[in-house]
Ligand binder design. Sequence first.
Ligand SMILES: NC(=O)c1ccc[n+]([C@@H]2O[C@H](COP(=O)([O-])OP(=O)(O)OC[C@H]3O[C@@H](n4cnc5c(N)ncnc54)[C@H](O)[C@@H]3O)[C@@H](O)[C@H]2O)c1
Length: 272
Amino acid sequence: MSTESRSYIDLSGRTAVVTGGGNGIGKGIVHRLSAAGAEVYVADIDDSAASAVAAEVRASGGTSDSGAVDVTEQSSADLMISNAIDRFGKVDILVNNAGVGGAAGWTEREEGSIEDWQAVFEVNVLGIVHSIKSVSQHMIDRGSGKIVNIASGAGRRGSPGFAHYSSSKASAINVTQAFAYKLASSKINVNSVCPGIIWTSLWEDISARRLKSSRDTTSTGREYFERRFEGVPLGREQTPDDVGNAVVFLASDKAKNITGQALNVDGGSMMN
Ligand SMILES: NC(=O)c1ccc[n+]([C@@H]2O[C@H](COP(=O)([O-])OP(=O)(O)OC[C@H]3O[C@@H](n4cnc5c(N)ncnc54)[C@H](O)[C@@H]3O)[C@@H](O)[C@H]2O)c1
């Protein structure tokens, strides 16, 4: 017989930090965590976007604050975590969502340059490592914690022309497993979520790049994007809220015996 009294997910009393929380998927994650009752610290290199999302949460009755972070810098990640602890007393949940498609101007290049490879590994991989290093001793001391890294379906399969990005996301899945092993003895769960295709500024950039490389001057970016999810088994695009709902589950005690996993939120595009 179940020993749990309630079947819904309640994150009341939990504090979450979301990197890249000012836009796109991160914003959806922030709102879903808040809807589940968590206090959310929104961190982004785009300080004003982070501040606007925190204000939205407060306007809808939630508790939120924000701050600037550049996850490529260990000192900046350290400051993000200490600011969140100063503000809320603790960090129960860390969501490493900040990500980029390449260095400045990457949409203009058909193949990733060395600068693109460096940029994605600095943000999409080292950004995760820095933030986990910043929070892990705090979580170890408390004997609990939930870490969710936003990887990608791209990390499951090499992508011609986008190898720098897809391999950074494969690395994010692998890093998730490494930290899941390392932190398991302190009852800290570390998982990743692999979104499929979601219409954010990142996908606007991807569409623009692909239309340019295929010399398609008539389609809009949105039309190119819509052709991409025609082959998705569930036949529809995914949303930031879909990813946020997966994060809420993985950040909850309902997922207490799940660690080191990569959960696809992609309408069935990848089945593994
Ligand atoms: N959109 C998709 O279809 C899709 C699919 C799979 C995975 N993802 C991943 O989801 C995550 C969010 O992507 P998105 O689509 O919302 O993109 P987005 O560009 O809308 O949002 C990314 C956010 O990360 C922030 N950011 C960038 N560099 C940063 C840094 N150094 N430090 C702190 N913040 C930084 C940006 O300011 C922005 O707010 C990324 O990790 C991305 O790779 C997106």
